[in-house]
Design a protein. Structure first.
Length: 307
C-alpha cells in the first residue's frame, strides 16, 4: 500500500508546523504494507502523548532505533544521541562497565525527537530518576512460545490469581504483538534486585504448578510451546515497553492497557493500532486507578519466603 492510499490516522489533523521538532525525511515509509511514514509515527506520538506521559515521566529510557521502520535492522543505544535537542533531560548512571547518560522521558519534544530517530517503541525503566535502583512497579512479561496470544491470556489469568492470593492488585496490557504484560504498582522501597527476586520466585512456583503451560526456561529451544514468565524486566537498568507506545510489527499495534475482563484467548492485540486508537480512547481507561493502588511489596515478599 502506498502512503497516498493508507487509512486515515488520528494524528492526521496535527499540522507539521505545530510540532516542536523538525521531522527529517518525513515521507520515509516505516510500514510498507500500510503505507505509514515516519511523520505518521511522530504525529501519533504527538496525539497520544497526554496518555503516554504519566508512564514515561521521569523514567530513564533505553533507545531501540529502527531508522528504516519495519525494513532493515535496529540497534539499541543507551547514551543520549548527539542529535537530540540540547535541553533533553538526562540521568547519569554509573555501571560496572562504564558511565551512561540516559535520556529521561516526560517532555513532548523528547518523545517526538526519539520517534524522529526511529525509536518506534518506548522502552522504560521500572524506576524513576530520583530512585533509579528502586522501582515503582513490578512486571511479568508473558511470552508465548506458540506465538499465540491465547496462550499468554490463559497464563496471565493464572498470574493474576497468584498475585490476588498475595493481596497484590495487578493490571494487564498487551505487549503489542503476541504477549501480555502483567504490572503491579508498588511503593518505592525495595531494591530492583529484590523486586526481580520476587518475580523470579513467583514465576518459578507458577511454572512448577503448571509445567505444561508455563516455563522459566530462558532458552527458547527448551520452552517447547509454553509461555515464558520473564521476570528479568524487573532487574536494575532493564526495560519494558511503555503503555500506549507503538510497536514495530504489522498494522503498527499499540501496547494497550486492558481490563482483566478483556484478557481472553479470543482477543486480537493487533486490533489496537495507530489507525483506530482514537476509538479506544473513547472508552474508560482501565489503568486510571493504577497509581492509587501503590502497594507495599514487603509483606508479599515475606509471604513468598514462607511458602
Amino acid at each position: 500500500m502506498t502512503a497516498s492510499r493508507r487509512k486515515r490516522l488520528p494524528g492526521d489533523s496535527i499540522a507539521t508546523e505545530s510540532l516542536p521538532i523538525s521531522v527529517s525525511n518525513p515521507d520515509k515509509v516505516f510500514w510498507p504494507d500500510e503505507g505509514y511514514t515516519k511523520l505518521d509515527l511522530v504525529r501519533f506520538y504527538a496525539f497520544i502523548f497526554p496518555k503516554l506521559k504519566p508512564w514515561v515521566n521521569d523514567r530513564l529510557l533505553s533507545l531501540k532505533r529502527c531508522p528504516n521502520g519495519l525494513v532493515g535492522k535496529c540497534f539499541f543505544q543507551k547514551e543520549k544521541p548527539d542529535s537530540m535537542p540540547k535541553d533533553t533531560p538526562t540521568k547519569r548512571i554509573v555501571h560496572e562497565n562504564g558511565i551512561r547518560n540516559y535520556v529521561v522521558g516526560g517532555k513532548k519534544e523528547t518523545q517526538l525527537a526519539l520517534a524522529n530517530l526511529g525509536c518506534i517503541a518506548v522502552h522504560v525503566w521500572g524506576a524513576r530518576v530520583p530512585t533509579p535502583r528502586q522501582p515503582d512497579w513490578l512486571c511479568f512479561d508473558l511470552d508465548p512460545d506458540s506465538g499465540k496470544f491465547a496462550d499468554a491470556a490463559r497464563a496471565g489469568i493464572k498470574v493474576k490469581a497468584a498475585l490476588d492470593a498475595l493481596n497484590l492488585v495487578s493490571f494487564a496490557k498487551t505487549s503489542g504483538k503476541k504477549g501480555l504484560h502483567v504490572f503491579v504498582p508498588i511503593r518505592v522501597g525495595p531494591d530492583a534486585d529484590d523486586v526481580r527476586w520476587f518475580a523470579e520466585v513467583l514465576g518459578t512456583k507458577l511454572a512448577s504448578a503448571y509445567p505444561k503451560e508455563m516455563t522459566m526456561e530462558g532458552s527458547i529451544a527448551k520452552r517447547k510451546g509454553r509461555v515464558y514468565l520473564d521476570p528479568f524486566r524487573n532487574g536494575f537498568a532493564q526495560t519494558v515497553v511503555s503503555p500506549f507506545c507503538v510497536r514495530r510489527f504489522p498494522r503498527a499495534p499499540v501496547s494497550t492497557p486492558l481490563r482483566w475482563s478483556e484478557v481472553k484467548p479470543t482477543l486480537d492485540p493487533g486490533g489496537f493500532n495507530i489507525a483506530n486508537f482514537d476509538e479506544r480512547l473513547r472508552k474508560p481507561d482501565p489503568w486510571a486507578d493504577f497509581w492509587k493502588n501503590r502497594q507495599d511489596l514487603k509483606p508479599a515478599i515475606a509471604a513468598l519466603k514462607r511458602l
